[in-house]
Design a binder for this molecule. Structure first.
Ligand code: GLA
Length: 408
């Protein structure tokens, strides 16, 4: 079954406002005006694991979003209210002066506040804003590859920017939210998510080119087709483990070969480098390096072609490129768990023109581009294939491209 709808921006904002009013307590300034801000999650249509490798990505901002209600405080404290997935109230305070000390300590290393507080406090601190009360309400599922963390950072970021009249540009906002994630939380992710969440525009996909740091809004009508997201409920974390190991190798190769991974001979050069410098290649066998670099090289080429296909309205070609991207992420980058593979194959057999894992992988979500008259069959096929494979049954959402982070 497809989730009928998630809460509208106005509903989310009203709930965040009520949450703040109910829980913020007497130590806050009741006269301080409260505002509400919203930031969507994102899906990446194609172009994964290339944002940190000078590549091209094609995301859009989703209907699922995060709202914050916020107001200024004059005591330099950040009071943060949220709800854990199990319904438990999360209530934390951080003094910005303490964060100053931690950040400026000579031995400061990434991961100063490595949990949900780091996304909020890291963003506020990186922007140079002051104390705030912040209450969070979200429909972006956590740990699902749909950028719940960027939605939180960016909702907080636009709130801090407005309340403190910082005059921050979108580019600076993206940099500050990335710093929250990379330095304060300590997840060494790229810029795909924050760009998509800040720059999202209704009815458009965002072509991001990390080589020249440029972006282009591409109309994304896809008349007659619908995008389904299947959240597998297989959880991942990018702060540790496999994501960092993939990125570590690509960073090392980029530094050693001074390349953008678009060069024709880059795969062979990387294999030679790994054979001659096993320690620099972080212990990855040359054949593993071949596959990893081949993914990065081919994914950017595919994404550039997919942008052309989208502009030309060639949905069939776009779908084939999505499928090729999925195969590359599965076979060369090795980030596709069995549960997500089952969902993708089921979607294709039931008539999707393209299906793939989306986001960082090792869990998270898949997407399927379906002709309007196949949507229900595709959703049913995903549910039945995952159930019979003994995997968690995904939650399925229909989504379309929405506006990015803003005041509501
Ligand atoms: C996660 C990261 C992004 C990007 C994707 C993979 O979402 O946060 O920076 O690397 O994975 O494309």
């Amino acid at each position: 079954m497809i989730v009928p709808s998630t809460r509208s921006p106005e509903e989310l904002a009203a709930e965040a406002r009520a949450f703040l009013a109910e829980k913020a307590g007497p130590d806050t300034d009741p006269a301080a005006p409260t505002g509400t801000w919203l930031a969507p999650g994102r899906v990446n249509l194609i172009g994964d694991h290339v944002d940190y490798a000078y590549g091209v990505c094609l995301p859009y901002a989703t209907t699922m979003a995060t709202a914050v209600a916020a107001r200024k405080r004059s005591d330099g404290l950040l009071r943060m209210l949220s709800q854990a997935p199990n319904g438990e109230l999360l209530d934390a305070s951080v003094a910005l002066a303490e964060l100053d000390e931690a950040v400026n300590a000579p031995d400061a290393t990434p991961g100063i506040l490595p949990d949900w507080r780091g996304y909020i406090a890291g963003t506020v601190h990186a922007l140079g804003a002051g104390g705030m009360d912040i209450a969070v309400v979200s429909d972006v599922p956590l740990g699902s590859g749909l950028s719940s963390s960027a939605a939180l950072e960016c909702a907080v970021g636009v709130a801090a920017r407005d309340l403190y009249e910082l005059g921050t540009s979108d580019e600076e906002l993206i940099a500050a939210t990335m710093r929250a994630e990379n330095f304060y939380v300590g997840a060494n992710t790229g810029g795909l998510d924050q760009n998509a969440v800040v720059r999202g525009r209704a009815g458009h996909a965002l072509a991001l080119d990390f080589l020249g740091n440029t972006h282009e809004q591409v109309p994304c009508a896809m008349e007659g087709y619908q995008l389904l997201i299947a959240d597998s409920h297989v959880e991942h974390s990018h702060a540790t483990g496999e994501y960092s190991s993939r990125r570590g190798l690509i960073d090392a190769a980029a530094a050693a070969l001074s390349c953008s991974f678009r060069e024709e001979d880059i795969v062979e050069r990387a294999v030679e480098w790994a054979a001659e410098n096993p320690a620099d290649a972080l212990g990855n066998e040359p054949e593993v390096v071949r596959r990893r670099v081949r993914h990065v090289h081919s994914e950017t080429a595919r994404t550039i072609e997919a942008v052309e296909a989208l502009k030309a309205g060639d949905v069939e070609r776009f779908g084939r490129l999505m499928n090729d991207s999925h195969a590359s992420l599965r076979d060369d980058y090795e980030i596709v768990p069995d549960a997500l593979e089952a969902a993708v194959q089921a979607a294709l057999q039931a008539g999707a023109v393209g299906a793939r894992i989306t986001g960082g992988g090792f869990g998270g979500s898949t997407i399927a581009l379906c002709p309007d008259d196949r949507v229900d069959e595709v959703a049913a096929a995903i549910e039945s294939a995952t159930r019979s494979g003994g995997f968690p049954v995904p939650t399925i959402y229909a989504t379309s491209a929405q506006d990015g982070a803003r005041r509501v």
